[in-house]
Design a protein around this ligand. Structure first.
Ligand code: NAD
Length: 251
């Protein structure tokens, strides 16, 4: 494995499972010290143990990204402990199906609170620190659902569409202070999140009709792109949203 992140500290939110865990594993395998952050403590403990047993340098913070006070505390404590936060994978998110006409106000708020507000709190606090400590790289987790609509996901789609323009605007304001910002837009990736929503029969039909590469994505398909964007190989990529969907949006 290349060692593109030796000596760097990376913060990964939603690192307890799924794509976030895979991003943490990849960054650590390439030499970063990775701070795993997640709202679910048992997942966090398990993730930390798995990565440590692979010989990687990791630590953990329990964090609900939708709580700005917690975000303040966690970013401050990592900055104190590590000196710099060089890379942020702003990944934590939630999703569920709900027809537009039935969305409850509380559910709308919850979705936006975690997926959009949470992403803003973590990005802003981390960027403030990066600005004063030599810059850094931020990668926000959007989705193909931030670029095109999907029925029964109005709240999720709105949150992810918001992340796309948050990313572009952050790029305009943060590029000049040495912070490179991009987003990743995955399509259908097999994780606990997608497994909770769809049954296997639905998935095989979906793949046949919608994904030219003929399979759903793996978390590693996405974490490799995060690693690329975080690395100096992507030094001139800024304000971009990279689609990782097996060709789904090519239709
Ligand atoms: P997942 O549910 O498997 O994992 C998400 C992790 O985020 C969990 O460990 C969870 O505990 C954590 N989390 C949830 N709310 C949190 C909060 N308030 N604060 C901190 N952590 C919190 O999901 P995943 O499929 O790995 O998705 C990760 C990201 O990728 C999400 O932003 C999701 O929207 C996005 N995404 C997923 C897919 C897909 O098909 N799986 C496609 C496009 C985008």
């Amino acid at each position: 494995m290349m060692q593109r992140f030796s000596g760097r500290t990376a913060l990964v939110t939603g690192a307890g499972q799924g794509i976030g865990f895979s991003i943490a594993e990849r960054f650590a395998a390439e030499g970063a010290h990775v701070v795993l952050a997640d709202i679910q403590e048992p997942l966090l403990l398990d993730a930390e143990e798995r990565l440590k047993s692979s010989g990687y340098s990791v630590s953990r913070r329990r964090l609900d990204v939708s709580q700005p006070d917690q975000v303040d505390q966690v970013v401050e404590s990592i900055a104190q402990e590590r000196g710099t936060i060089d890379i942020l994978a702003n990944n934590a998110g939630i999703a569920w199906e709900e027809p537009f006409l039935e969305i409850k106000d509380d559910n709308w708020r919850k979705m936006l609170d975690v997926n959009l507000n949470g992403m803003f709190y973590v990005a802003q606090r981390t960027a403030r620190h990066m600005k004063d400590h030599g810059g850094g790289v931020i990668i926000n987790m959007a989705s193909t659902n931030g670029l095109v609509g999907e029925a029964k996901y109005a709240h999720y789609n709105a949150s992810k569409g918001g992340i796309v323009l948050l990313t572009r605007t952050m790029a305009l304001e943060l590029g000049p202070v040495g912070i490179r910002v991009n987003a990743v837009c995955p399509g259908y990736i097999q994780t606990p999140m997608s497994e909770a929503i769809d049954d296997p029969e639905f998935v095989s039909g979906y793949v046949k009709h919608h994904i030219p590469l003929g399979r759903v994505g793996k978390p590693q398909d996405v974490s490799g792109v995060f690693a690329f964007l975080a690395s100096d190989d992507a030094a001139f990529i800024h304000g971009e949203c990279i689609v990782v969907d097996g060709g789904q949006l090519a239709f």
